[in-house]
Design a protein around this ligand. Sequence first.
Ligand SMILES: C[S@@+](CC[C@H](N)C(=O)[O-])C[C@H]1O[C@@H](n2cnc3c(N)ncnc32)[C@H](O)[C@@H]1O
Length: 356
Amino acid sequence: MSASAPSSLLAYCRPGFEGECAQELAGRDARLAGAGYARAARGSGFVEFVTPDAAALAGSWRGLVFARQLLQVLGSARDLPPKDRLGVLLPLIEAADPVHGPRRWCDAWVEAPDSDAARELAPLCRGLNAALVGVLKKKQLIDRASHWRLHLCLTATDAAYVAMADIAHAAPWPGGIPRLKFPRAAPSRSTLKLEEALLVLLDEGERERWLKPGMRAVDLGASPGGWTWQLVARSLHVTAVDNGPMDTALLASGLVDHLRADGFRYRPQKPVDWLVCDMVEQPRRVAALMADWLASGQCRYAIFNLKLPMKKRHDEVQLCLDLVADALAAAGKRGELRAKQLYHDREEITVFARAG
Ligand SMILES: C[S@@+](CC[C@H](N)C(=O)[O-])C[C@H]1O[C@@H](n2cnc3c(N)ncnc32)[C@H](O)[C@@H]1O
């Protein structure tokens, strides 16, 4: 059994994207001291980034595309005894703040990365979570007003990271994954991608202000209508552009016009509020199309999917985001871009863009 306390960050990501997640953290680090390095195993679903000052590097998970969650590591332990894992982990938890004594936590989550191997740890996580919260309550270390949340990340039955998150800068879902229920009336599972994008890329106030009943939207590559369904559910009028068929119940809502047209050529007669796009195409081509709509004022807000190539995925994402940002700047518009690889994204990412 061994326990240690390095200074590092822990990021959760989609398995297979550890390299991209590490590249992003290294990029953030390079803008600061640049003394850090990543430890990542392909397929593990997480990256540890070792740095002399983890608190300074942490920042928000929002600014990272490939990280679903970003935590500050307090320590890690291996060879945990199966009958008393918490006995080894508690000293690491209680040593969290040597100056002010043990930190108080608004909550404690025991989670495992999203890999095939670690997913089998879910029952153990649940049992350990109940026990951990019980112990912390007994020790009066739970304080709902605290802005620190405790995270135990099990990477094996006998190995764990002890980590923490400032709730203002961390994803509010265990594992960084919002669990969404598929709406039975929606015509495709893709609907969850747009629902997750609206939840993750916008905050509650933004959803209320920027997505109002009666607004007009265009959905490029809309068939069979999962994304259109999300917009109609919020009472937006949608022009659905696709040569493929649209769900008949959705068309009967009276809020959808279906146009059988090429999404790269279609332009609205009058500017619209929203543009969404899920066409399977080269990412640069989609980014250029979005840039054109936003820069020319044909839409104010856009959410679009970028299907990633096999190689240099991090670089391709950066290139596409720069392409949109440059087009907005050249048009004299203040733009804003937010991008994430969502839980419902596979070899792709989702971007929200706003033209000011
Ligand atoms: C992943 S599916 C979209 C699924 C849809 N978002 C949903 O939620 O049901 C991609 C769609 O893009 C459409 N598509 C691809 N290229 C297109 C183009 N140039 N113009 C219009 N639609 C296109 C395809 O016909 C296909 O229906």
